[in-house]
Design a protein around this ligand. Structure first.
Ligand SMILES: Nc1ncnc2c1ncn2[C@@H]1O[C@H](COP(=O)(O)OP(=O)(O)OP(=O)(O)O)[C@@H](O)[C@H]1O
Ligand SMILES: O=C(O)C1=C[C@@H](O)[C@@H](O)[C@H](O)C1
Ligand SMILES: [Mg+2]
Length: 176
């Protein structure tokens, strides 16, 4: 269980917190969206528009199934919708400590302002879309996670230290 898995809504900070957390722990870092983009040589947005959401969800499940073989000392950031697919919560929990990065609607709206890379938030009524998805997904994130960390009004270092504390990881001061 020496891996850390970050789950949560789009804009909760999984990718940015995950990258910095891995650096601090001297762990490897992976992000499921980035792995899928690399493997398919195109963006998540293009995969959604060319093949649809269902196809993308299959790629997500295949990606985390593959990681089980040899993932160690790794921070894995996930796509915001990955825990929604049935069975993925179990796959994530067998990989390591699953941390739910929580954020309020207000915080998410600020962080996602002007974003064009997230297909589920494209077009009009972004606030309504975020509200509806957040209602649907919050109980799923809560059930999938071992621990939750609120990210509202916290900087990256505060969030990272909280995660390290929850996972009970001893930092080797000689390595940092
Ligand atoms: N605690 C924070 N304080 C300030 N800005 C933040 C914080 N967390 C994330 N952000 C900013 O919010 C934006 C979205 O963050 P990020 O891409 O890491 O989200 P994500 O959870 O990976 O989203 P997705 O599910 O779409 O991959 C980025 O611009 C990031 O810098
Ligand atoms: O919340 C979601 O469903 C998504 C989040 C992103 O990380 C990407 O995986 C994609 O834009 C879908
Ligand atoms: Mg991300």
């Amino acid at each position: 269980m020496n891996n850390i898995i970050l789950i949560g809504f789009m804009g909760s900070g999984k990718t940015s917190v995950g990258r910095q957390l891995a650096k601090k722990l001297q762990y490897s870092f992976c992000d499921t969206d980035e792995l899928i983009e690399k493997e398919n040589k195109t963006s998540v947005r293009n995969i959604f528009s060319a093949y649809g959401e269902e196809y993308f969800r299959k790629l997500e499940t295949a990606t985390i199934s593959d990681l089980y073989k040899n993932m160690t000392r790794t921070v894995l950031s996930t796509g915001g919708g990955l825990p929604i697919t049935e069975g993925n919560d179990r796959l994530l929990r067998r990989l390591g400590h699953v941390i739910y990065l929580k954020a309020s609607q207000e915080t998410l709206m600020k962080r996602l302002q002007g974003d064009t890379s997230r297909p589920l938030l494209a077009g009009e009524n972004v606030e309504e879309k975020v509200y509806d998805l957040l209602q649907q997904r919050t109980p799923i994130y809560e059930k999938a996670a071992h621990f939750s960390v609120s990210t509202d009004h916290k900087n990256f270092n505060e969030i990272i230290d909280e995660i390290i504390g929850l996972c009970n990881i001893q930092l080797d001061i000689f390595c940092s």
